[in-house]
Design a protein around this ligand. Structure first.
Ligand code: HEM
Length: 466
C-alpha cells in the first residue's frame, strides 16, 4: 500500500451507476440482494467503481489482488467499518470480529490459540460424539422432510460450545426452545443496522427493535450461563487458570493479567457463537443442495466416504476425515460458488492509495469476493460445479483468487475447525444415509439471500437410513 500520490485517481472520477439527488443509489438496493446488485454493476463498470447510499460513499473493488493487498494491510490501513463495530458493540458483540486497532490486537492471539489445529484435534472425540447425535436425530426423522439449516445450526452450535466453552449444550437431542432461535433474529438485524440510513433505534424503537431486545436479552442470559459454568470449573480446579482448556477459560484467566474486561469475555463468547454457527451451517446447506443437483458428484462423494469409513457409520478417527479429498474439494467448490461472505466491507483508517485510486481516511470500501472467483478470467467454465478444479495441479492459482475465509492477519481463525466440521457432517450423512433430495421447503425455487451471511431459501432434506 502506498502513500497517496499526487497523480492518484480521485473516487469522484471512478465510473458508477447514476443516482438520485438525495438517496444516491439507495433506491436500487434491496438488502437481501445487495451482493447481486453489486456484482451486476461490476459487469457494467468494471473492477473498481463507486456508489452512494444516502450520504455514504462506497468504493467497490472486485480485483482479487487489490482485495488481498488491502486485507493484508490490517489493522494499520484498513479495518472493520465503524458502522459494523458500533452496531455489533451496541448489541453486545464487540469482540474480535468487530474490533479494530489495539483492541483487536489484544484479542486475536487468544482466539487463534483456541482454534489452532492442535487444539481442535484434541477436541475430536467430542466432535465424534456430536456426529453420533446428528446421525441419531436424522434417523429419528425417518421419511419426514428435515429442516436442513435448523438442524445444521444445532450441530454447529453444539460443536462450538463444546470446543470453545467446554459446555455440552446438546441442542441436537432437544426439540424445544434453543439458543439458535435468538441468533436467527440477531444476525439479520445486525446486517440491517449496519446499512440503515441512520440509527433511529437509539431514539425510537419500532416493534421489531423491541422484539430484537428480547432476543438479545435471552441470548445474553445464555452467554452468562456459559461464563458462570466456566468460572465454577475454574474455582473448583484452580490449575485451569495456568492451563486453560478452551477459549472461555483462556479469556477468564487472561482477564486479570491482560486487562480483558468482563464485557470482552461476553462479547467474544457471543461472537464465536454467531461467527461459528451461521457460516458453517450455511456452507453445509449450500454444499448438500449443490450435490443433490449434481448426482455424479454426490455418487463420487458417497463412494469416497463409504470406502474411507469401512464398517463405521460415523467417523471414529480424525485420519478418516483427512482422507476425504473429494469432499474437501466439494467444500471449496461450494465456497467458490456460494461463499457465505460474498463481500467484505472495510473502512480506511488512514489516507492511502489502492490500485492507483486515492482513498482518504474514513472511506468505505466493499471488496467483492465472489465476483472474481466466478470470472472466466480466472476460472475456466466458472459457472460449473467442478470440484476437480481443486484437485488439479494448478489448484494453487485457484486458491489465490477464491478467498472464502478472507485474507491477511484477520483471516478467519475458525477455518480449520469449519472444514473439519463440514467433513464430519458430510461423512456422517453419506456414511449412514442415502441422500434422496434437497429442495426449497416451500416447494419453490431456491434462491440466495444476504443477511450478513449468504443463505439459501429454507431447505428441506430427505434421507433414507442405510
Ligand atoms: C465455512 C465456515 C466459515 C467461513 C466461510 C468463514 C468466513 C469468514 C470470513 C470471510 C471472515 C472475515 C475475514 C477477513 O476479514 O479477512 C471471518 C472472520 C471470522 N471468523 Fe469465520 N468463517 C467460517 C467459520 C468460522 C468458525 C467455525 C469460527 C469459530 C468460531 C469463525 C470465527 C471467525 C471470527 C472470530 C472472525 C473474525 C476474525 C478477525 O476479525 O480477526 N468463523 N470468517
Amino acid at each position: 500500500m502506498q502513500a497517496v500520490a499526487a497523480s492518484a485517481m480521485r473516487i469522484a472520477d471512478l465510473p458508477g451507476p447514476a443516482g438520485l439527488p438525495l438517496v444516491g443509489n439507495a433506491h436500487q438496493i434491496r438488502l437481501p440482494h445487495f451482493h447481486q446488485q453489486l456484482e451486476a454493476w461490476r459487469e457494467q463498470y468494471g473492477d473498481a467503481y463507486r456508489i452512494r447510499v444516502w450520504t455514504r460513499r462506497f468504493v467497490v473493488i472486485a480485483d482479487p489482488q487489490l482485495a488481498a493487498e488491502a486485507l493484508r494491510d490490517r489493522p494499520g490501513t484498513f479495518g472493520r467499518t465503524a458502522r459494523v463495530s458500533l452496531a455489533a458493540t451496541e448489541m453486545g458483540f464487540g469482540g474480535l470480529f468487530a474490533s479494530n486497532g489495539e483492541r483487536w490486537r489484544r484479542q486475536r492471539p487468544m482466539v487463534m490459540a483456541a482454534f489452532d489445529p492442535g487444539h481442535v484435534r484434541r477436541y475430536f472425540p467430542a466432535l465424534v460424539h456430536v456426529g453420533h447425535r446428528l446421525a441419531a436425530r436424522w434417523r429419528r426423522a425417518g421419511d419426514a422432510p428435515i429442516p436442513l439449516q435448523a438442524d445444521l445450526m444445532r450441530y454447529t452450535v453444539d460443536v462450538i460450545s463444546g470446543l470453545a466453552f467446554g459446555t455440552d449444550i446438546n441442542t441436537l437431542d432437544g426439540e424445544g426452545e434453543v439458543i439458535q432461535q435468538h441468533m436467527d433474529k440477531i444476525f439479520p438485524a445486525l446486517f440491517r443496522r449496519t446499512l440503515a440510513p441512520f440509527p433511529y433505534w437509539r431514539w425510537a424503537k419500532l416493534p421489531s427493535d423491541r422484539r430484537l431486545d428480547r432476543h438479545l436479552a435471552a441470548f445474553s442470559a445464555a452467554i452468562q450461563e456459559f461464563i458462570a459454568a466456566a468460572r465454577a470449573r475454574m474455582d473448583a480446579d484452580p490449575g485451569l487458570r495456568e492451563a486453560p482448556r478452551n477459549l472461555i477459560e483462556a479469556m477468564l484467566s487472561a482477564r486479570d493479567r491482560h486487562g480483558l474486561q468482563d464485557d470482552d469475555v461476553a462479547a467474544n463468547v457471543g461472537t464465536m457463537l454467531l461467527a461459528g454457527e451461521d457460516t458453517t451451517a450455511n456452507t453445509l446447506a449450500w454444499m448438500l443442495y449443490l450435490l443433490s443437483r449434481h448426482r455424479w458428484a454426490l455418487e463420487r462423494a458417497t463412494a469416497e466416504v463409504r470406502r474411507v469409513l469401512g464398517d463405521d457409520r460415523v467417523p471414529a478417527r480424525i485420519e478418516q476425515l483427512e482422507q476425504l479429498e473429494f469432499i474437501d474439494a466439494c467444500a471449496h467448490e461450494t465456497m467458490r460458488l456460494k461463499p457465505v461472505a460474498p463481500l467484505l466491507p472495510q473502512q480506511a483508517a488512514r489516507d492511502t492509495t489502492l490500485g492507483g485510486i486515492a482513498i482518504p481516511a474514513g472511506t468505505m470500501c466493499i471488496f467483492l469476493m465472489r465476483a472474481p472467483a466466478n470470472d472466466a478470467k480466472h476460472f475456466p467454465h466458472p459457472a460449473a460445479f467442478d470440484p476437480d478444479r481443486w484437485l488439479r495441479e494448478d489448484a494453487a492459482t485457484t486458491r489465490r483468487v477464491s478467498m472464502p475465509f478472507g485474507a491477511g492477519p484477520r483471516m478467519c481463525p475458525g477455518r480449520y475447525l469449519a472444514l473439519l466440521e463440514i467433513k464430519m457432517a458430510m461423512a456422517t450423512l453419506l456414511g449412514g444415509f442415502d441422500l434422496l433430495s434437497v429442495a426449497a421447503a416451500d416447494g419453490g425455487e431456491v434462491s440466495e439471500r444476504l443477511s450478513f451471511t449468504l443463505t439459501p431459501t429454507p431447505l428441506a432434506m430427505r434421507l433414507r437410513a442405510r
